[in-house]
Design a protein around this ligand. Structure first.
Ligand SMILES: [Zn+2]
Ligand SMILES: [Zn+2]
Length: 282
């Protein structure tokens, strides 16, 4: 089983990606949560264009990616889990949970450090919120994420299978929790005790500073609850709230690919990040 997964890792990941994409896209078309401000075809063309460019770049720079790096780490005996004896299933579970915590910390960091916020605002400047928002990141942020992932793998020494599971879950959850859909209220409340739901992460895409500085989680809702960044609902409601960044509303800049690629390089470095609100300009 494990040998099969390792041998067909790329195909399995692509299969999950396409399957979940098709499912969420159909759901969004049949029962959208909010009306889009930019047409779906323009959104998909540019957001998916950016994803394709990032995928190409990553394959070029890191052909083996995180999974290959985890294989090297385990051959070399690097990392905590290569030093201590624990049941295999527990190591896999702990690895996935710890990697999720690291990505939560990374997310808080890119909101807190002005230079990194410049990269991350490509994700936030989206004027709408749909499954393609979930994969919309500047190439430089993608590279930063990959380096942090490598460092995490070196320290942690997770089994290769845990890294594959994490990549599939993160990718699938990003499409799920950025989807323009609504879960039944009871189901949303129940799921939220463990996982990030579309309504939970949508709060994080609000133009309101305090709402954007909430709900940093991608997979487990635990981290925001534990560390005090959890926010239940947006003040204006999910239909009434404004998505995006307050001062970046020009479609040429925030919807079209050339604008997106240039976005980190415009404006003052001191622009909005955590705890550096500019009340006078509001
Ligand atoms: Zn964010
Ligand atoms: Zn997001």
């Amino acid at each position: 089983m494990q040998a099969f997964i390792l041998a067909n890792e790329a195909v399995i990941r692509l299969g999950f990606f396409l399957g979940i994409f098709a499912l969420m896209a159909t759901w969004e078309i049949l029962a959208p949560r909010r009306i889009l401000t930019i047409s779906k075809s323009i959104r998909w063309l540019n957001n998916i264009g950016l994803v394709a460019f990032n995928t190409f770049l990553l394959r070029l720079l890191f052909p083996a990616a995180a999974v290959g790096f985890a294989a090297v780490a385990s051959e070399q005996g690097w990392g905590l889990f290569n030093l201590i004896e624990l049941p295999f299933w527990l190591v896999v579970l702990l690895s996935v949970v710890i990697m999720d915590f690291v990505i939560w910390l990374q997310h808080v960091m890119v909101h807190a450090v002005p230079l990194l916020w410049r990269l991350h605002r490509v994700h936030h400047a989206d004027l709408d919120y749909d499954l393609t928002t979930g994969a919309r990141f500047h190439p430089l942020e993608i590279l930063l994420s990959m380096l942090i992932k490598f460092a995490t793998i070196m320290v942690l020494g997770p089994p290769v299978i845990a890294v594959i599971i994490f990549e599939i879950v993160l990718n699938g959850m990003a499409m799920f929790n950025h989807a323009n859909v609504k879960l039944p209220a009871g189901l949303d409340r129940l799921l939220r005790w463990f996982f990030v739901t579309p309504d939970m992460h949508r709060v994080h895409h609000s133009v309101e500073d305090d709402e954007a500085n909430s709900n940093f989680g991608f997979n487990l809702s635990l981290w925001d609850r534990l560390f005090g960044t959890y926010r239940d609902q947006p003040r204006a409601g999910h239909e009434g709230m404004t998505i995006g960044i307050r001062k970046l509303r020009e479609p040429k800049q925030v919807a079209w690919l050339p604008g997106l690629l240039m976005l980190p390089f415009i404006g003052k470095l001191s622009g909005y990040t955590i705890n550096r609100r500019q009340w006078d300009e509001e």
